[in-house]
Write a protein that binds this ligand. Structure first.
Ligand SMILES: Cc1cc2nc3c(=O)[nH]c(=O)nc-3n(C[C@H](O)[C@H](O)[C@H](O)COP(=O)(O)O)c2cc1C
Length: 399
């Protein structure tokens, strides 16, 4: 791997002071570098986690798995929660809208020793999920939220497995839930709470509200609070810790096409100024390896290669790679073609600097929150709403 120790970008000349942040403690687990790879459906599979882990320490969370599908042992769910033998701690994220299903899923994971940490997803903004009351719509119903958290913690405690909660600020600025949900989660024994500083309505638009993260940190002095949203570089992570006082950071889109960011994050958290500044040939090598790992993970060249296609634009963002070559890479049919296309890249292109830094991945504009009829009228779940929720677990993708 190519590490260079060149100066940091000119837009931000002062290297950060050493943070001296203690290791992140999640129940009996200790995570030396308090950095979490955010769960991302379709991205944070075993292959991508391995690639990220090779650069730095931290906690690397699976894609979300639906509680019900896990209990039914659907092959895709079993694939999602699988870890490499050297992956430790083994962290998974469960999405569920029903305390019984979530409890069963956690029990299965604990009894069969399939994970060392369980995160619960209360942040999904996908309309087909929230319009049935799931994901980031759910904490609005405090009785349901409480029941899910309580059951998950109870089941997990049998194996001394820590449970964490990941959530958004609320539904919109008039319907914020994070402070109350944070307190409920703390009171029911979660090991930490992570906040993505956006509302459901914001989706991925605008900027994450780090002040809300600071408020949650203050409101929950007795458990770790993790901050999430808009960390694009190690310097952003340091800034978030300094501004909010969080115990660790959760990084999602910033590492798409940049698994080496975890090396930068570890260096920054240890007060070192080295940053990965890969030239184009190095990036091509990492992309190639990612593709090979995907093929191994899925045990199927066609599937692995289809998966790598979406990463191509992320890897080459900011690098001068022609549109035609990009287009062919985005439709690559097999590993041999990938090899041939990567050989066409100009080997003399160096690190482009700020062009590859900053925002990447999903963005878009605010969208009206899709909720079940009358959802906001009460903080407690009505019977009709309970029925609607069952459907929320049936077809889900993405957070
Ligand atoms: C492609 C994609 C898939 C995601 N899937 C999940 C998921 O499965 N579970 C979850 O809790 N959040 C999911 N998220 C949200 C991220 O975990 C994270 O909270 C969000 O991207 C904000 O962090 P960032 O600014 O560092 O990207 C997803 C985000 C993206 C972009």
């Amino acid at each position: 791997m190519d590490t260079t120790t060149t100066q940091r970008p000119t837009h931000d000349p002062a290297p950060p002071a050493r943070l001296d942040l203690p290791p992140l403690r999640l129940g009996r687990l200790t995570v030396d570098v308090p950095v979490v790879l955010a769960p991302m459906a379709g991205v944070t599979n075993k292959a991508f986690r391995r690639l990220c882990r090779e650069y730095g320490g931290g906690l690397y969370v699976t894609e979300m798995v639906t509680a019900r599908a896990l209990v039914e042992r659907r092959p895709e769910s079993m694939r999602i929660i699988d870890h490499d033998p050297d992956e430790t701690p083994r962290s998974i994220q469960i999405y569920g809208v029903d305390a019984v299903n979530v409890g069963r899923a956690v029990r299965m994971v604990v009894e069969e020793d399939r994970a060392d940490h369980v995160d619960l997803n209360f942040g999904c903004p996908v309309p087909k999920v929230t319009k049935r009351g799931g994901g980031s719509a759910l904490p609005w119903k405090t009785d349901l939220f409480t029941a899910i958290v309580r059951t998950a913690v109870e089941e997990a405690s049998r194996g001394d497995v820590p449970v964490t909660v990941k959530m958004r600020k609320g539904i919109d600025d008039e319907h914020l839930t994070y402070l109350e949900a944070g307190r409920i989660a703390r009171d029911h024994g979660v090991a930490a709470v992570a906040l993505h500083g956006r509302t459901l309505e914001q989706h991925y638009s605008g900027t994450a509200d780090w002040d809300a993260i600071a408020r949650l940190r203050e409101a929950l002095p007795d458990i770790p609070v993790l901050g999430n949203g808009d960390i694009w570089s190690a310097e952003d992570a340091v800034r978030m810790v300094e501004r909010t006082g969080v115990d660790g950071v959760v990084v999602g889109r910033g590492c798409q096409g940049r698994p080496w960011l975890f090396g930068d994050l570890q260096a920054a958290f240890e007060g070192r100024a080295e940053r990965f500044r890969p030239d184009l040939a190095t990036v091509a090598g990492i992309l190639r390896r990612h593709a090979q790992l995907l093929v191994e993970t899925f045990g199927d060249e066609g599937k692995g290669v289809r998966e790598i296609r979406k990463h191509v634009a992320w890897y080459f963002k900011g690098y001068p790679v022609g549109g035609e070559l990009r287009a062919r890479l985005a439709q690559v049919p097999d590993l041999a073609t990938l090899e041939a296309l990567l050989a066409e890249l100009d080997p003399d292109v160096g690190y482009p600097g700020t062009a590859v830094e900053g925002p990447r991945g999903r963005a878009g504009s605010p969208r009206r929150a899709h909720l079940p009829d009358g959802w906001l009228a009460s903080r407690e779940l009505g019977d009709a709403e309970r029925l609607g929720l069952t459907a929320a677990e049936l077809d889900v993708s993405g957070g």
